[in-house]
Write a protein that binds this ligand. Sequence first.
Ligand SMILES: [Mn+2]
Length: 300
Amino acid sequence: MMIIHHWDCDGICSAALLKNNAKDELFVPNDFFLNDKEKKYIEKRNPARIYLVDMALPENDVTFLKSVSELYVFDHHKRKEKEENFYTDEDSPSTTFIIKKHYKLKDDFLPVLGAVGDKEEKILDTKYKKNVENVLEKYNMNFDQLLKITALLDSNFILNDFEAVKRSVDFVLKNKNNPRAILENKKLNMNLEKIEKEIKDNLNYSIKNNFVLCEINTKYRIISKIARILFKKYPDKNILVINRKRGNIYVRSKKDLSFLIENAKERYFAGGKRDVCGIILPQNEIDTYTEKIKTFVEVS
Ligand SMILES: [Mn+2]
């Protein structure tokens, strides 16, 4: 079978929970949709089953995957369709916890790691707090160390190293009883230093009315991280981060952004959850659509 998974910590841990044997092939799309080359590859591999994990691909891509083989979906992103073999729950803090529940798994390290990756310290305000505490106690760690592990696992995709993302699935699986090996991994720690420098260099923003605007210019995928940092600082504002180099807009807000995701999807590639929305669009449409977003968010 083939596991198509998201490139972030939750996606990596989810893939690790599903990966029963070495024969399962991992596949990580390089964007929030499948390009023609990726589709051709999947078609050629012709897996008997496909697991789509922690990744809200556009509907036509989901239809494509169903045409190739039997499709199973595990996901907590916002999605319209609910079909047979679709295990989705928007209220789950992570895809790892959906998989844990479905397969009645006992072990908690990987589920907790996925949820901390997606929710960060907010996970401690949920009913999953106890799961986190149990893991911390079991491995004699503190929460910041757990948070750092998620950042380390996120570092490969941020630097656009998708082969390393796939390798990290086996890496966390191998070390699921030895979190310190992940925490102290040299290469991942070097990745993190590189990213932290890039974030620092790009954190120039302005505040106007209810919006924090940040224009970044980087080939690294730090747009969501920057939005998180700004939202933590300005929780009552709407955060708008723009990366012209990658043709990317990212919004974070305490308002429900579902309407924005739907609107953006009509013309562009877009995805997200209630509080975040990422859009990929042509560079020359960034300014007009940014204004549209401002109006949308303002009136909602
Ligand atoms: Mn997730």
